[in-house]
Design a protein around this ligand. Structure first.
Ligand SMILES: [Zn+2]
Length: 234
């Protein structure tokens, strides 16, 4: 029995999954766009060129993340749908075997044979399809992940993350722009590192250090590539 006010376990797990995906998306947006704009800023002081690269990176990255998420969740959903269809057919064609199968699952989980049979009978009476989906496939048939929702969440979280380096590098005057961007990006990565460590239950200091180091390395590498291009091309 749930305590009053305590969210249903699946809801909480679902929300945490969304939040985790959102933080990862934002982190991706920050790092990849920071690498891009810092690289361009290494090659040129032209604000319009830097802004154009940043906005293009933001849009391309958000769409690519959303597309990837859409495809992956659609595939997962097709698989789940096929399993549910098969279950529905089996329930129609051989209901007695299916009820025995359900009882077998509860018995494996620790119920006595009589109690398992009673549970299976009562759940079959109430909603056989749902009982089988949950016990056999661990799928809640009313709560399949929506590919559009997942795509939208990736798009928004990547774009929000990408805004940090785009704004930080185009807003300040030329001589400050790279350092402003580096500091803002590293602060952003401290935040996403902290939140994901909190969500994953990991050790926050190490997670933050890893995240910041990865972002800093990305910017150093792309900046010097930009500088090389600026010297040879410009
Ligand atoms: Zn079944």
């Amino acid at each position: 029995m749930a305590h009053p006010g305590e969210p249903h376990h699946d809801d909480l797990a679902g929300r945490l999954n969304w939040l985790r995906a959102g933080v990862l998306g934002a982190n991706d947006g920050i790092v990849s766009t920071a690498g891009l704009v810092v690289g361009v800023a290494g090659a040129t002081t032209d604000r319009t060129a830097i802004l154009a690269a940043g906005v293009a990176g933001l849009v391309a990255g958000s769409l690519s993340m959303a597309g990837g998420e859409y495809v992956s969740v659609s595939t997962q959903r097709d698989t789940e749908q096929a399993a549910l269809d098969k279950e529905r057919r089996e329930l129609r064609d051989m209901p007695a075997e299916e009820e025995r199968e359900l009882a077998g699952i509860y018995q494996e989980q620790g119920l006595s044979a009589e109690l398992a049979a009673q549970v299976a009978a009562e759940l079959t009476e109430k909603d056989a399809f749902r009982a089988h989906a949950q016990a056999e496939l661990q799928i809640d048939p009313d709560n399949l992940t929506s590919p559009w929702q997942a795509a939208w969440a990736s798009l928004v979280s990547f774009a929000l993350g990408a805004l940090v380096p785009v704004v930080a590098i185009t807003a300040p005057p030329t001589s400050w722009r790279v350092w402003t961007c580096v500091v803002s990006v590293l602060l952003g990565l401290v935040a996403t590192g902290l939140v994901s460590a909190r969500l994953g239950g990991g050790e926050p200091r190490r997670a933050v250090a890893r995240n910041v180091l990865m972002g800093a390395t990305t910017m150093v590498v792309t900046y010097y590539i930009g500088v090389l291009f600026g010297v040879t091309v410009g």
